[in-house]
Design a protein around this ligand. Structure first.
Ligand SMILES: [Zn+2]
Length: 235
């Protein structure tokens, strides 16, 4: 599926049966980014279209920048699983899911190629134009399921996306927060819910905002970043 260079061209349709109606009255207000976590793009695409697997996403972005359309954005794709953010559980109904091809931590996690990053930025900008998704609801799968998921992982270029208007990145750090648990909750992390311990939520936060140190410990730098992100959310 990586034949030819299609960066910049129209997305290709590869419909997945793993979709259904969004619940009545649901507003799409969340964007969730994933990595595929499989050995190669072909295997990932097969799985995302396999009726037995019951998983999908709206979009798949290959390493060469090819964008594949799997599920219409008006429909519910099955990408998030058991998940929660800011007090709301089960985010498939209200989100757009983008799968970014990468073997992931299990099969040889590696940097996301430039062509792929540019395609992700282009795709996400379009999604944010089409739907009322605030910056604070551009999320990693690991943000909404810290007990189960580590994707798209600490190599994902969140700061570049933020510079392109997709999500936010903390610019400067103030005082360390006194209560990391309260801060994580204020930001939206499902800490103490669904089996998510403080340590797992901290690791998810670090994977997103402090990629150089993902250890689940609330050291002063992590607590400063918690305060900075909290201010971004509500400042
Ligand atoms: Zn995922």
């Amino acid at each position: 599926m990586t034949t030819g260079c299609s960066s910049g061209s129209e997305p290709r349709a590869r419909p997945s049966p793993n979709q259904d109606e969004r619940p009545a009255g649901t507003t799409v207000d969340t964007l969730v980014l994933h990595y595929t976590g499989m050995r190669n793009a072909g295997l990932a695409l097969d799985r995302l279209r396999d009726p037995v697997a019951k998983v999908s996403a709206h979009w798949l972005v290959d390493e060469d920048g090819t964008i594949l359309a799997l599920v219409p954005e008006t429909r519910r794709a099955w990408h998030a699983g058991v998940s929660a953010w800011a007090g709301r559980a089960g985010l498939n109904g209200s989100s757009i899911g983008v799968e970014v091809v990468n073997p992931g931590h299990e099969w040889g996690y590696r940097p996301f190629p430039e062509a792929q990053i540019l395609a992700v930025i282009r795709l996400c900008r379009g999604i944010l134009r089409r739907w009322p998704i605030p910056p604070a609801r551009v999320l990693a799968h690991s943000d909404i399921a810290p007990d189960r998921k580590t994707d798209p992982g600490e190599l994902f270029p969140w700061s570049r996306l933020a510079a392109a208007g997709i999500g936010r990145w903390p610019a400067a750090c103030g005082e360390p927060v006194a209560d990391p648990r309260a801060s994580l909750r204020a930001i939206g992390y499902p800490v103490d819910l669904e089996g998510v311990s403080l340590e797992l939520a901290l690791a998810a936060f670090q994977r997103r905002y402090r990629p150089g140190r993902v250890d689940g410990h609330a050291d002063p730098e992590t607590r400063r970043l918690l305060g900075a992100v909290e201010r971004l959310q509500f400042g």
